[in-house]
Design a protein around this ligand. Structure first.
Ligand code: F6P
Length: 580
């Protein structure tokens, strides 16, 4: 359905024009109830304040009308019901089943998937418990101290973001993440690790991703080259780098039996586990399926941290805390599924996203956590939002009629304040912002948390109010500036204000809070995609580069390609690289 042809869309265009004469500071002055009117609490722990947005009651009414005229509600219900709404891949979209904490069955083609989900969680728990308590021993008989997740995109960003966010809940294990095919990433990670106490998780939904498989092969070679022999066995060369790389490290090993036994077995079985949907490829890589945690094609890569892809999180914070995260996400699922549209956080956030994207021509939006441990949250959201919304055709294949996904960026405040906020305050672009902040800190020292929060509040207020020429002039006069100087400086001191932001205020960054935050954004992305009528669950756009890289690799390392097989730029760069 083409929303741009609906009466609500036309009315919103008129509403946008009306906004040329409106300013948020006036609306706040006139309406003392604006905060109450435009904020929404899930409970005491989780609040969305959307009052500093470029909306008034009629704007919101029209946006909600648009939502009702769209396929949002039927599509949402179809998602929760396990229908194959990922049209281009013919798959259901059921990350919500992974955190379904109710007794309700969730069916795909008439089959309840919940028993499989519960079994997966039980396996994760058993494994996490064994590793965390030291019962799972490495090949040399030592307990595991370091977990290295090798994966990329959805098989990296979510777990890496969550482990950093939940550091206060971390146990004795250290968690590391290697994603980039740049060998320096693995090299730097392994530099300080002891192979005898390191466990690798090879995480790949498809188990065909080049970056992940290459890093996994390199990690396996490192392990086999450097691992000391178990006590009581004939030494293979006790020290690091003294053991020859076994042929299987070079060629790919056979499948190892007796994986998980505490007795002498192959090192790979004691130091490698896989998370994937592709058992055959895991087996071909040389990881015993007994050491494999599976999931299903109805879990999209960027929605997969709730599945066994979340294993590094479970190992790091323990399964109880991981399940608390699931509970948090379930809170948001229930809210999204049942709350009326006008009191539904993801719906409101999605509508606001569309409002700026399509009616204010805003190209980007910033995610600004006032929480250092959410440092990777913007990167996580980049994949979630941009891989989902970066589409140019509608669900039926016809070109989209309105601009789709925004450019997502962000950094933790207050670092961002000293880097790119200038553009948001006084630049020529409108950049809506989401501010995230916790009422409590895990580590308040020296009253610094209050300083952090005062900065968060100051930024949202400054963006909204701005500073008028009259105010700026009065300030300069008070500072004793001479008239002529003042006149020249004044335009630079004026802030337009009227720059929109949401504030998401939670009590404390707990596993439950994090689960809520992630699910909130997942559903916001869903809402936008439903309104734009695009398929948020495929990512064909990343394929072309992958295909070309396959062609280019042999041309860099082997015989040169025929002249004229590429454009002049690519050929010039290849020549330079080959000459190096
Ligand atoms: O190339 C993009 C992508 O397909 C992402 O959607 C996905 O999260 C990532 O690659 C990794 O894929 P896999 O988990 O199959 O290795």
């Amino acid at each position: 359905m083409d929303l741009t042809r609906t009466p609500a869309w036309t009315a919103l265009k008129t509403e946008r024009k009306a906004w040329n004469a409106l300013h948020l500071r006036d609306l706040f002055k006139k309406d003392k109830q604006r905060f109450e009117r435009f904020s929404l609490a899930l409970d005491d722990e989780f609040l969305l304040d959307y009052s500093k947005n470029l909306i008034r009651p009629q704007t919101l009414r029209l946006l909600l009308k648009l939502a009702k005229e769209s396929a949002l509600v039927p599509l949402r219900d179809a998602m929760f019901a396990g229908e194959r709404i990922n049209l281009t891949e013919g798959r259901a979209v059921l990350h919500t089943a992974l955190r379904n904490r109710s007794e309700r069955p969730v069916e795909v083609d008439g089959r309840d998937v919940m028993p499989d989900v519960r079994e997966m969680l039980a396996r994760m728990r058993a494994f996490a418990d064994r590793v965390r308590t030291g019962k799972w021993k490495g090949y040399s008989g030592k307990p595991i101290t370091d977990v290295v997740n090798i994966g990329i995109g959805g098989s990296d960003l979510g777990p890496a973001m969550a482990c950093l966010a939940l550091k206060p809940y971390g146990g004795n294990l250290r968690a590391h993440f290697v994603s980039n095919v740049d060998p320096s990433h693995l090299y730097d990670t392994l530099e300080d690790l002891d192979p005898a106490t390191t466990l690798f998780i090879v995480a790949s939904k498809t188990f065909t991703t080049q970056e992940t498989l290459l890093n996994a092969q390199a990690a396996r070679a490192w392990l086999l080259s450097n691992l000391p022999s178990p006590p009581g066995t004939s030494p293979k060369g006790a020290g690091r780098d003294e053991v020859a790389v076994p042929s299987e490290a070079r060629d790919g090993p056979k499948v190892h039996r007796r994986a998980g036994d505490e007795g002498a077995t192959h090192p790979v079985a004691k130091h490698f586990v896989a998370v994937s949907t592709n058992e055959a490829a895991v087996r071909a890589f040389g990881i015993d399926p007994a050491n494999m945690f599976g999931f299903w094609d109805w879990v999209g890569g960027r929605y997969s941290l709730w599945s066994a892809i979340g294993l590094p999180i479970a190992l790091y914070i323990g399964m109880d805390a991981f399940e608390e995260m699931l509970e948090g996400a379930f809170d948001l699922d229930e809210h999204f599924r049942t709350a009326p549209l006008e009191a539904n956080m993801p719906v409101l956030l999605g509508l606001l996203g569309l409002w700026y994207n399509n009616f204010w021509d805003s190209q980007a939006y910033a995610v600004l956590p006032y929480e250092q441990r959410l440092a990777r949250f913007p990167a996580y959201l980049q994949q979630l939002d941009m891989e989902s919304s970066g589409k140019g055709v509608q669900r039926d294949g016809k070109p989209v009629k309105a601009s789709t996904g925004p450019i997502v960026f962000g950094e933790p405040g207050s670092n961002g304040q000293h880097a790119f906020y200038q553009l948001i305050h006084q630049g020529a672009k409108l950049i809506p912002c989401d501010f995230l902040a916790g009422r409590e800190s895990h580590n308040d020292v020296n009253g610094q948390h209050a300083v952090l929060l005062s900065n968060f509040l100051a930024q949202t207020e400054a963006l909204m109010r701005g500073k008028t020429a009259v105010e700026a002039e009065a300030e300069l006069v008070r500072a004793g500036m001479a008239r002529r100087e003042l006149k020249a400086l004044l335009p630079h001191k004026v802030f337009p204000g009227n720059r929109p932001s949401n504030s998401i205020l939670y009590r404390k960054l707990t596993p439950r809070t994090l689960g809520r935050l992630i699910a909130l954004y997942e559903h916001k992305v869903f809402v936008q995609a439903a309104l734009w009528n695009i398929n948020a669950y495929d990512q064909w756009g990343v394929e072309l580069g992958k295909q070309l890289a396959q062609v280019l690799l042999p041309e860099l390392t082997g015989a040169p390609a025929k002249v004229g097989s590429h454009d002049a730029s690519t050929e010039g760069l290849i020549a330079r690289l080959r000459a190096a």
